[in-house]
Design a protein around this ligand. Structure first.
Ligand code: NAD
Length: 557
């Protein structure tokens, strides 16, 4: 590892355990078989552990052997989350050292399966559940968390988990997984991360009748009552954890946009599905521009399937870039077209939301994607509809017919919802597609050439943005930070990576990526005067010094 890869903090914000049982059962402190002889004497652990003291490397070897012996990804998820519940330091060492292998397990696609089965595979509670039973007492529930030193909260109400829909309280796998990535990718200390699931009921009929479902058995709260429950939550969070960064995650889009508008100028918050997705997709688009015939954003026509949180986040970021290129906002919006569940978004279509109205074109109604593609002749086709297989062979070939290098992003998650696979995109375009997906696809070999599909994973963006915000004590999260993050990510792509077909740097470089994004975000924080703290002379060292390192402290001394 280089200095840049090596985060440096191991200390925790928690009081040390009071007895041997706590040392062994608190995942923050437990070292398992790696407690040294001196520690076993000092902490009263003699005899409570097998006599051979293992090194961390030996422990990692054991974990990985077990991991590889499992017969399904869900079993791997259960194993690895079990490790997180027993020994967090070892968990992060394993995840950080094997990130490419672990990311699809602790996050999409496997986390989706885990959420669908959450009540059935439930072992040990992790994070905070705040339910309608806690109305009027949310502050008390927050104070039950073992530390006040929380820097990042990821909160969901479980209504739109990945592309899987309403999973209610079982959505907890998502904040847990996202926060694991904050630590694994950007070194935010695990004890400063708090996953929260707000249980306001579920409309998932299967769960409502499942005796093993873990949440409230009632229909979702809506309207004014929902908003006032969220308001109580936000107020309580501000009281108990002042200045914490709150990331909204996987809320249904009828709430997500409204809550973002309501809170973005009042507290330190962002919505990853809107802003994080907009940023990572923009980075992919900026990288793709090195390969397309028209090298500038203003040469592009972007057709987006799905006009929800992700689609709008992507469109708004493209508009920002076009404005930087000198377009007016009205001109910029003309470069972007949407098809949603009711067809092409055109002027005069009934019941368009405010966001959709911005992107409504003067055009006759058109109900299907293929017809829209033939008319618009997009240079870029982006899927964020949650509708599996909606990029058919005919559609992809049509886009390839207009472009030497068609940009095809099938971003819907998990893998089962992707609009097309990497193999389809490359084979239907004779290898000409510039392809990215939301969940990972393996490299594809076609006529002797291997293509490495891009994964437009938000994990390239939110950990670095969060680190920059937390390290500088920023009061707000702004759209400008996400544009800076996208530009930074795109700028890190190496020529040889681009030559392999990648439009994102290898995940092996994630610590370097997150640090660079954190530095860019920090510069934006200081430039916009969003913090009371002075800019340190050496910003990189300042941020590096705050990053968690998965190493065991010596507890004997
Ligand atoms: P959302 O519910 O806010 O929006 C979904 C949109 O798809 C809506 O506009 C809906 O009208 C549209 N839609 C539904 N059925 C359709 C159909 N048959 N044809 C065309 N459009 C249809 O959800 P979202 O947050 O925008 O997420 C959408 C998908 O994008 C999910 O699968 C999610 O996992 C994925 N996503 C990927 C990334 C990533 O790759 N980095 C990030 C965020 C979201």
């Amino acid at each position: 590892m280089t200095t840049l890869d090596r985060p440096s903090t191991t200390s925790t914000n928690r009081a040390l355990p009071a007895n041997a049982s706590e040392w062994l059962h608190d995942p923050v402190f437990n070292k398992g078989t790696a407690f040294t002889d001196a520690e076993r004497d000092a902490l009263g652990l003699r005899g409570l552990l097998p006599p051979h003291v293992q090194t961390m490397d030996e422990q990692v070897q054991r974990v990985m052997a077990n991991f590889h012996s499992k017969s399904s990804d869900l079993e791997r998820y259960i194993q690895i989350v079990g490790l997180q519940d027993r020994n967090e330091t070892l968990f992060y060492r394993v995840v950080m050292d094997h990130l490419e292998e672990m990311m699809p397990i602790i996050y999409t696609p496997t986390v989706g399966k885990a959420c669908e089965q959450y009540g059935h595979i439930f072992r040990r509670s992790r994070g905070l559940f705040i339910s309608l039973k806690d109305r009027g007492h949310i502050g008390t529930v927050l104070r039950n968390w073992p530390t006040r030193d929380v820097k990042v909260i990821v909160v969901t109400d479980g209504e739109r988990i990945l592309g899987l829909g309403d999973l209610g309280a079982s959505g907890m796998g998502i904040p847990v997984g996202k926060l694991s990535l904050y630590t694994a990718c950007a070194g935010i200390h695990p004890t400063q991360c708090l996953p929260i699931t707000i249980d306001v009921g579920t409309n998932n009929e299967t769960f409502l009748y499942d005796p093993l479902y873990i949440g409230l058995r009632e229909k979702r709260l809506r309207g004014e009552a929902y908003d006032s429950f969220i308001e109580e939550f936000i107020q309580a969070v501000q009281n108990v954890f002042p200045r914490v960064l709150v990331q909204f995650e996987d809320f249904g889009n009828s709430n997500a946009f409204r809550l973002l508008e309501r809170y973005r100028d009042k507290i330190c918050t962002f919505n990853d599905d809107i802003q994080g997705t907009g940023s990572v997709a923009l980075a992919g688009i900026l990288s793709a521009l090195h390969l397309t015939a028209g090298k500038q954003m203003r040469d592009q026509r972007v057709l987006i399937l799905g006009a929800g949180e992700a689609g709008m986040g992507i469109a708004d970021n493209i508009v920002s870039i076009l404005q930087e290129e000198g377009c007016s906002i009205a001109e910029a919006r003309k470069h972007i077209w949407f098809v949603d569940s009711k067809g092409l978004i055109v002027k005069g279509r009934e019941a368009l939301t405010e966001h959709k109205v911005h992107y409504a074109h003067d055009h006759a109604p058109c109900l299907d994607l293929l017809t829209a593609v033939k008319f618009i002749k997009p240079t870029m086709l982006v899927g964020v509809s949650g509708q599996a297989k909606s990029f058919t062979e005919e559609i992809v070939k049509a886009v390839a017919g207009f472009n030497a290098r068609p940009v095809i992003f099938a971003l819907s998650n998990p893998t089962s919802k992707a609009e097309c696979t990497a193999e389809q995109a490359y084979s239907w375009t004779e290898g000409r597609a510039i392809f990215a997906s939301g969940s990972p696809f393996a490299p594809v070999t076609l006529n002797g050439k291997t293509y490495v599909p891009g994964q437009g994973n938000n994990a390239y963006i939110f950990p670095g943005v969060g680190l920059g915000v937390v390290a500088t004590g920023a009061r707000r999260v702004t759209d400008a930070m996400f544009i800076k993050a996208a530009r930074t990510l795109a700028s890190l792509l190496r020529k040889e990576e681009l030559a392999e077909g990648r439009i994102y740097p290898s995940l092996k470089r994630i610590h370097e990526v997150s640090l660079a994004i954190a530095v860019a975000v920090a510069e934006e924080v200081y430039a916009s005067k969003l913090t009371d703290q002075p800019r340190p002379a050496n910003l990189i060292q300042f941020i590096l010094a705050q990053m968690f390192k998965p190493e065991y402290p010596d507890y004997a001394t």
